[in-house]
Design a protein. Structure first.
Ligand SMILES: [Cu+2]
Length: 182
């Protein structure tokens, strides 16, 4: 449904832009000397430049606070540390401190700050965390030879899934590990 709305919006916006361009190009300027024409062109250019830049800045200012990412945890000390290693085609989630594994399944505490140390053993993967409703709640790139730190505080207990979001080969879709928050 969202994709349909986006498509309709893009169609209407495109048609409006083309119609405006045709309307503007159809108007004839009165006969003027070269200097006056140049001045008119410069004025028009300055007007559209100001219009476009201010529209972009206002849109940015209005929409930026709506970005669906959690507040920054920078500078905070994590309560829990977990190693998350990607490999074709599975994740290995190993508790380092503050968490445990129950029958090989990772169990994280609720409302504690969790640090995922994310890396890859082979190619680039993307470590993404989904909740049981299928909503993406955090993600970071998993790169060979480099560790990315992803900080997240789980506010609700339940089942969560580590999923790969970077196409990494044949069984990319199967790179899906469940863990619990209690
Ligand atoms: Cu993948």
């Amino acid at each position: 449904v969202t994709a349909l709305y986006a498509g309709i919006f893009t169609l209407i916006a495109s048609v409006t832009i083309v119609a405006l361009a045709l309307f503007i190009s159809d108007r004839r300027l009165p006969v003027q000397d070269a200097a006056a024409t140049t001045a008119t062109i410069y004025r028009t250019r300055a007007f559209y430049f100001t219009l476009i830049v201010s529209t972009a800045l206002i849109t940015l200012a209005v929409t930026l606070p709506m970005i669906p990412y959690p507040v920054s945890f920078a500078g905070q000390k994590p309560d829990v540390v977990v190693n998350a290693q990607g490999q074709m085609w599975f994740w290995t989630l190993t508790p380092v401190s503050g968490a445990r594994a129950n029958n090989d399944k990772l169990v994280l505490p609720v409302s504690k700050l969790v640090e995922f140390d994310v890396t890859s053993k082979d190619v680039n993967h993307n470590f993404a965390i989904y909740n049981s409703a299928g909503h993406l709640i955090a993600q970071v790139q998993a790169m060979p030879g480099y560790t990315n730190r992803l900080l997240y505080r789980f506010s609700k207990p339940g089942s969560y899934y580590a999923v790969c979001l970077e196409y990494c080969g044949l069984a990319h879709h199967a790179m899906n590990s469940e863990f619990d928050v209690r």
